[in-house]
Design a protein around this ligand. Structure first.
Ligand code: ZN
Ligand code: ZN
Length: 411
């Protein structure tokens, strides 16, 4: 049994050695919430022990965002901090690794007007684009880990006192990231090898579409013409170093065809979007675009999401996650995409990842778009997977074969 301190040290070790896979002499850009100061100090210490040339730390307080949404003048909401983005971009273009610590309050923006929040979000997304581009194409190593902030813990475990909620959330984070094991780095290497097997199978079959069936879901989801399936590890373009972008990660994912998705898909878990909860929703697709969207809760937030731009109405990711994944089996709703997206099969509205297209980082965007690559300012995952999900793969000649049955791999 490891102590809490040992597990937190393990999380720092995993973030550096498996997540960004920091190399001796390399610089690190570390960003996280003010609540995570203790974890950030451990990361900085271990980074220098691993030979980091420099660690640039960016501490933020998300409540400042809420304060702005409540108090800023209506004519100022499209202003964004481009200079700060330019600074980060310069560091990443040099090849610095990027590590982010997530732990947002899922209800942060609930007191604010969704229209104002959407404008701020859009302005920030547009400004963030130069950094987002480098991240999406895996130019340098990057990774995200989680920190159990009190606000997030209260949301995930509303029925217990705050101290207990934080402790429970930490237990769940440590279990999902394998930080509670004696040899967490070794456990990750074994896990990544298992993901690689499913990944290689899907690439070998080269399906042109998937057929998804579950209660409320009946969708033919075309795959982009030169799509490739990806999982766990990615290789950075700038230095060829392998890294794991999300910890945890249980998904095998690729690029849908932006113009070849037809049918209906129902969410299987609530979507926490910009502090708003969207729940029990169903989207109808025609020719790749959402033509109808109905939510039992959060209809206004869902409509706002779909209106961000043309690409927000189309899919940029399809990810398969076995229903028996440790996060799914925990039965918890984390209200955090990093965890919840690894609990179940999901799709993303918005931008596709270049890494899910053959030579995606090297080919011009217009060519990728001809192949079905979706372009947008946003990328929002929602879950449709469950123990009742069946998935068939459609071969180039139209033959169907089982990919998942009852939420489990069927090959
Ligand atoms: Zn995903
Ligand atoms: Zn995603």
């Amino acid at each position: 049994m490891l102590t809490f301190d040992q597990k937190l040290d393990n999380l720092a070790t995993l973030a550096l050695r498996v997540g960004v896979n920091l190399q001796p002499g390399q610089r690190l850009v570390l960003g996280g919430p003010v609540e995570a100061l203790d974890l950030m100090r451990r990361i900085v210490e271990q980074a220098y022990d691993l030979g980091a040339a420099h660690v640039a730390v960016d501490i933020n307080d998300e409540r400042m965002g809420l304060i702005r949404a409540l108090h800023a003048g209506d004519d100022t909401l499209d202003v964004a901090d481009e200079e700060r983005v330019a600074m980060t971009k310069a560091k990443l273009e040099r090849g610095d690794a990027l590590l982010r610590i997530a732990g947002s309050d899922p209800d942060l923006m609930a007191p604010a007007d969704p229209t104002r929040v959407a404008r701020m979000t859009r302005a920030a997304s547009v400004a963030h684009r130069p950094v987002g581009d480098l991240v999406q194409r895996a130019f340098m190593q990057w990774s995200i880990i989680a920190f159990a902030t009190p606000a997030w813990a209260r949301k995930a475990f509303p029925d217990v006192p705050e101290d207990e909620a934080v402790a429970k959330l930490w237990d769940a984070i440590f279990a999902a990231t394998r930080a509670d094991l004696d040899d967490p780095v070794g456990a990750w290497q074994a896990h990544l090898a298992t993901l690689r097997q499913a990944n290689d199978h899907l690439n070998a079959r080269a399906y042109r579409a998937l057929h998804l069936r579950a209660p409320g879901t009946d969708l033919r989801l075309g795959l982009a013409d030169s799509h490739v399936w990806e999982s766990g590890g990615t290789v950075a373009e700038s230095n060829g170093v392998g890294f794991v972008a999300n910890m945890p990660t249980e998904e095998v994912f690729t690029a849908p065809h932006a113009r070849r998705v037809d049918g209906v898909i129902a969410s299987s878990k609530p979507l926490s979007y910009q502090g708003q909860l969207i729940d029990r929703f169903q989207l109808t697709f025609e020719g790749g675009a959402v033509v109808a969207a109905k939510a039992e809760r959060g209809q206004a937030a869902l409509d706002k999401l779909l209106e961000i731009d043309e690409g927000a109405r189309r899919l940029g990711e399809i990810a398969l996650v076995p229903h028996e994944s440790p996060i799914s089996q925990s039965g918890l709703l984390f209200y955090n995409t990093l965890f919840d997206e690894n609990a179940a099969c999901h799709v993303a509205l918005g931008r596709a990842y270049e890494v899910t297209m053959r030579d995606g980082a090297k080919r011009p965007l217009e060519e990728l778009q001809r192949d079905g690559f979706n372009q947008s300012f946003t990328h929002v995952d929602f879950m449709f997977g469950s123990g009742e999900l069946d998935v068939d793969g459609e071969l180039p000649d139209g033959t169907l074969e089982p990919v998942m049955r009852g939420g489990a791999w069927a090959f």
